[in-house]
Ligand binder design. Structure first.
Ligand code: SF4
Length: 390
């Protein structure tokens, strides 16, 4: 049985078609004939499968459909952004992965945990039936059919690099963090600061080694460098999924090179008044909450980062989302849109972030750098205050 106690998380498909735009859709061996048949029946001339592109599973051979070139929508998506397969043959004939989306599951020693992708519009807007009222058995069965060999190893989890973390102990830490995230009396910045304070009290600092190379480098310079590189990675370089670590390290040890203070993005009072802050914060909190609940931010759930580095990496991504949001609305300051328009800007930023987050694949050097530079409560404290608290 999947774990489904995700409070206040809803989803029902709105047929927006947004999920059919950017992902490669894996087709499995046993679906191929049927999909091919429907493509012929629907007279989709552009339909073609590129064979054996995926090695994602040992037992099933996945192939991809989408548009003819990388940025095209799926060939089955019609002008009204509806799936032709769904329309003509019913949901059960769609590729398995389309039936599953936006649900996914993380297998842990404590059972399965559900996750909803924030690339979906309904998830972003928290639209539909509460997850706790949904029967997820068939979704989980689909997931297991698609990923029969997916066994995540939670034995080798670390609280920080080199210090083992037992999964049951992790669950206790996670439940404390969830309480802070669910505290309705404080805003997002205070929630993150409270989480950081809690992490600080875990007392791992003595186990950390600060390499000599970092001694003497101004901390604010390092802060800005981290923000600049991650901001570029998530928002500027569409097909880049790792930090250009050699460039980063070169800039790190050449602090005479000025870094723009990218965290200093002030908004005018006029535009600040137009932002529906509660709605923006609710979306970001829900995103953090779901990532943590789904365990998709550390250990085998994300690049095998230690728990602290993974949590700080997640906070860093949220800070960068906030920064990008501020940059985006500041750039349209001359023509102030209404609160709904502003919110839809945030939605697209979170959607793109989710797509990128899912694809990030860090090298060993990047992971080592994150373990050293991010595992620093003071740095996270500074960054939260600088970006979140104007
Ligand atoms: S097959 Fe249908 S649901 Fe799947 S990506 Fe294509 S249009 Fe979307």
């Amino acid at each position: 049985m999947p774990e489904i106690h995700l409070p206040n998380i809803n989803f029902s498909c709105t047929n927006c078609g947004n999920c059919c735009l950017s992902y490669g859709i894996p087709i499995f061996e046993n679906e191929y004939e049927n999909i091919n048949f429907m493509a012929r029946e629907l007279k989709i001339p552009t339909f073609k499968l590129s064979l054996n592109q995926s090695k994602s599973s040992k037992n099933v051979s996945a192939k991809y459909i989408l548009g003819l070139s990388k940025n095209d929508p799926c060939v089955f998506l019609d002008q009204a952004r509806l799936c032709n397969i769904h329309k003509q043959y019913g949901e059960k004939h769609k590729p398995k992965i389309c039936q599953l989306f936006p649900y996914s599951f993380t297998k842990t020693p404590n059972g399965y945990y559900v996750y909803l992708s924030f690339a979906s519009s309904a998830v972003l807007y928290n639209y539909g039936q509460p997850l706790k009222l949904q029967n997820l058995d068939s979704k989980l069965a689909d997931f297991e059919e698609i990923y029969p060999d997916l066994n995540l190893n939670w034995q080798n989890c670390y609280i920080v690099d080199g210090v083992k973390l037992d999964f049951s102990k992790y669950l206790k830490i996670e439940s404390e963090i969830m309480v802070m995230l669910n505290d309705t009396t404080i805003d997002l910045a205070r929630k993150l600061l409270a989480c950081n304070e809690f992490i600080f009290r875990l007392n791992f600092q003595d186990t950390l080694l600060i390499p000599d190379i970092l001694k003497g480098i101004d901390e604010h310079y390092i802060d800005n460098l981290i923000i600049k590189y991650f901001h570029n990675l998530v928002f500027k370089n569409e097909y880049q999924y790792d930090l250009p670590i050699e460039d980063f390290l070169r800039d790190l040890v050449n602090p005479q090179k000025p870094v723009m203070d990218i965290t200093d993005v002030k908004l005018s009072v006029a535009i600040n008044e137009k932002i529906d802050t509660d709605r923006v914060e609710e979306t970001l909190i829900r995103y953090i909450y779901c990532r943590i609940f789904g365990k998709l931010y550390f250990g085998p759930g994300f690049n095998n980062l230690s728990f602290v580095a993974g949590l700080y990496h997640l906070i860093l991504i949220i800070l960068i989302v906030k920064l990008e949001f501020q940059l985006a609305i500041r750039s349209i300051n001359y023509n102030i849109p209404d609160a709904n328009d502003i919110f839809s800007i945030l939605v697209e930023i979170v959607r793109n972030t989710e797509r990128k987050f899912t694809m990030l694949s860090y090298s060993r050097q990047t992971i080592a750098m994150l373990e050293v530079l991010l595992t620093c409560p003071k740095r996270i404290n500074r960054l939260i205050k600088k970006i979140m608290i104007n």
